[in-house]
Design a protein around this ligand. Structure first.
Ligand code: CP
Ligand code: NVA
Length: 323
């Protein structure tokens, strides 16, 4: 098994079990099951979370999830620590490993979270980099599995930028053998190396992985329409990018080409009126807030899996999750 989670395919071999574990654990915990309520694989352990960018969902879902697993979260904001000012990523990793049971890191350059992991003796979870957002993809696919009882013939479609969220979503769909169609404007395509990895998974698992520049084509007869902001964090001075996304807004007209049972997903925060309209965000078929909640359950499964694999496995066995 993987030591760290830098991209979602780091946990490819156990991905489906990680998601099913999260789904079952959520049910048990919400029904007040004593075993779930007293599952503390992070007992007396501090988990540190470094943020170089703002966060609502990731920060709160990690803080609450770590508490629920018996640990205590330490949120380390960039302005309060030495990293990036007088200390290197490698030295930071070495120091934090002496105190913490795991580290989550939201950074700009993916190379930084890779460097942190390379120098850490405890698991490092990527909490978003310019290339990957694996915790998001785990919550996304958990939500898809929870929402659609039968994933046979399921199609997930992306409309938007070739960004970090798309990268892990395409890998995750390929890993589960779910058909994935993605539309992006010319010049804003996803990373070629990551697309190749996702295509390999899709091939191995007998599903489609299709890229296009036509949003209507991508969402035709689809079950899930997913979008994200056109301007990601760190791209605030790239507002002229927006012109390329003309026709890529997820609105009721675009959604009308989807399957009748369509669901709308967005990693959030949404820029209402840009990549998605209020009518779609607030539609009964929008599952964005279930998706946001699932960040916590999916991350609890990932944390337990990486920090105490034996306890995670024993709980999974108890829940009958494909072990
Ligand atoms: N989706 C997501 O990562 O949200 P935050 O930026 O609020 O953490
Ligand atoms: N692509 C977005 C995702 C935010 C959760 C960003 O990187 O800002």
């Amino acid at each position: 098994m993987a030591d760290h989670l830098l991209a979602i395919d780091d946990v490819a071999e156990d991905f489906e079990d990680i998601l099913n574990w999260a789904i079952e654990f959520k049910k048990m915990w919400k029904s007040g099951d004593e075993i779930a309520l007293n599952f503390f694989p992070l007992a007396d352990m501090a988990v540190g979370s470094i943020y170089e960018k703002p966060s609502t969902r990731t920060r709160v879902s990690f803080e609450v999830g770590i508490n629920r697993l018996g640990g205590y979260p330490l949120t380390l904001l960039k302005n309060d620590i030495q990293l990036g000012k007088s200390e290197t990523v490698a030295d930071t990793a070495n120091v934090l490993s002496r105190f913490l049971g795991a580290i989550t890191y939201r950074c700009f350059a993916h190379a930084d979270v890779a460097e942190l992991a390379a120098n850490s003796s405890v698991p490092v979870l990527n909490a978003l980099s310019d290339k990957h957002h694996p915790c998001q993809a785990a919550a996304d696919l958990m939500t898809v599995l929870e929402h659609f009882s039968d994933r046979n013939g399921l199609k997930v479609s992306w409309v938007g930028d070739g960004n970090n969220v798309l990268h892990d979503l395409m890998l995750a769909c390929g890993m589960l053998g779910i058909d994935f169609h993605y539309a992006f404007p010319k010049g804003f395509e996803p990373d070629k190396g990551i697309v190749a990895r996702a295509e390999d998974f899709a091939k191995e698992n007998g599903s489609e992985m299709v890229g296009t520049n036509d949003p209507k084509e991508a969402v035709k007869d689809t079950n899930v329409i997913y979008t994200d902001v056109f301007i990601s964090m760190g791209e605030e001075d790239m507002k002229d990018k927006l012109a390329a996304f003309d026709g890529f807004q997820v609105n009721m007209d675009l959604v009308s080409g989807a399957n009748d049972n369509w669901a709308f997903m967005h990693c959030l925060p949404a820029h209402r009126g840009d990549e998605v309209t209020d009518a779609v965000m607030d539609h009964a078929n929008s599952i964005v807030f279930d998706q946001a909640e699932n960040r916590m359950w999916a991350q609890m499964s990932l944390l337990a899996y990486l920090v105490d694999n034996a306890a995670w496995g024993a709980m999974g066995e108890m829940m009958g999750v494909g072990f």
